[in-house]
Ligand binder design. Structure first.
Ligand code: NAD
Length: 358
């Protein structure tokens, strides 16, 4: 059996971090005869330079054919002044919408070795392991009508529409419960059902979806309370499921509990489980080409790819374990460097993880 992996470097530090994740995948591919086959495509600034478009047709065709996509990041000052319709970031939005990637998974995991890097007390965050499941293609960011209109008295008003269909709520709920069943079997659904009817329906549908998962526990929390609980006692959560806007905000908040953006992977999945896997950070043009970028978020994204799109959870566990062992040995890229640790570059960090796996 073969698995087609499409690799997209992107811009800035993209090629450097992807090279290390590719290195790690090549090792597990060889070791376990996984049948991974790699292809490459362009997106973002590199695609604009080569083809004039941030999301070339060839990339669309290859991404439809692939079983999973591993992606670095796009953007940079070189393309900041070009027409906003063809900016690098448009390429990323286009690939997400063309592939119907409606489920965004963002784990916030704090390796105990990095507890000092968080802004919260080590005992509050050490061992933190939350998965935020955010609906990515609906809700108030996409609802119609929307716009800014002028009223009869000449005053202008801005308006958006917060809308979710039952089918959209059901499918994201199912993803959250499926994920929870592979973890701590707890789902906390975050809404604002005391004020917003759309989330009243959200809450009702989540109850319905939960009936299909008798072993899992469902709780509900208003979004304002969830924001507070995330900093008060974040370890109470296992899987959080929420809509597009609340998820946008809460996932950024949760990611900062872990202290470093260079450690955080993410996945965006379609209905069949096919996905795009990428680090949460951007293309970091300030450190591009200097062998300074932390490749671990991308390596951990590759592990998520094996687990969620290719059903190779044990190999994903092995990669995550290798990352943990490298951190145990005190190796750190500069973004996670603390006293008494040994600084290494992007390339060396990739070699160390690959070395553990061999
Ligand atoms: P950024 O995440 O690229 O960088 C923020 C800070 O974090 C920088 O100081 C950077 O050096 C550091 N950083 C980021 N990743 C790191 C890593 N792996 N190791 C060590 N340090 C790391 O965000 P930004 O500076 O706001 O954006 C830079 C460019 O990236 C912009 O063009 C933006 O549009 C783009 N961007 C792309 C994505 C994406 O492709 N998904 C996401 C966010 C931003």
């Amino acid at each position: 059996m073969t698995h087609k992996i499409l690799i997209i470097n992107g811009d800035g530090i993209g090629p450097e971090i992807i090279a290390e994740a590719h290195k790690v995948l090549a090792v597990v591919n060889e070791k376990h005869q996984l049948g991974l086959e790699f292809d490459h495509a362009l997106l973002g600034g590199e695609a604009i330079d080569a083809t004039g478009k941030p999301f070339p047709d060839e990339t669309l065709a290859k991404s439809k054919e692939a079983d999973a996509i591993l992606f670095g990041a796009v953007g940079g000052p070189k393309w900041d002044k070009i027409d906003s319709a063809i900016r690098p970031e448009k390429g990323l939005l286009a690939i997400r919408s063309n592939l119907g990637l409606f489920a965004n998974l963002r784990p916030a995991i704090l390796y105990p070795q990095l507890a000092d890097a968080s802004s919260l007390k080590p005992e509050v965050v050490s061992g933190l392991d939350i998965l935020i499941v955010r609906e990515l293609t609906g809700g108030i960011y996409f609802g119609q009508p929307r716009g800014i209109r002028t009223l009869e008295n000449g005053e202008r008003e801005g308006f958006n529409t917060y809308v979710y269909r039952e089918s959209e709520i059901n499918r994201i709920g199912k993803v959250a419960f499926d994920m929870a069943m592979k973890r701590g079997k707890k789902v906390c659904s975050v809404d604002k059902s005391n004020v917003l009817e759309v989330t009243e329906l959200w809450r009702e549908r989540m109850e319905e979806v939960a009936n299909d998962y008798p072993e899992a526990e469902l709780s509900h929390m208003y979004v304002d309370n969830a924001a507070m609980q995330l900093v008060r006692e974040p370890k109470q959560f296992d899987v959080i499921v929420t809509g597009n806007m609340f998820g946008d905000i809460l996932s950024d908040q949760a990611s900062m509990l872990t202290g470093s953006i260079g450690m955080l992977p993410s996945a965006s999945l379609d209905e069949s489980g096919k996905g795009l896997y990428e680090p949460c950070h951007g293309s970091a043009p300030d450190i591009a080409g200097q062998n300074k970028a932390n490749p671990l978020a991308t390596i951990l994204s590759a592990a998520m790819m094996l687990r969620y799109s290719l059903n190779l959870g044990e190999v994903a566990d092995e990669i995550e374990q290798a990352v943990s062992l490298v951190l145990d040995e005190g190796y750190r890229t500069v973004d996670i460097l603390t006293d008494g640790c040994r600084e290494v570059g992007t390339l060396e960090m990739g070699d160390l993880v690959a070395g553990q796996l061999k």
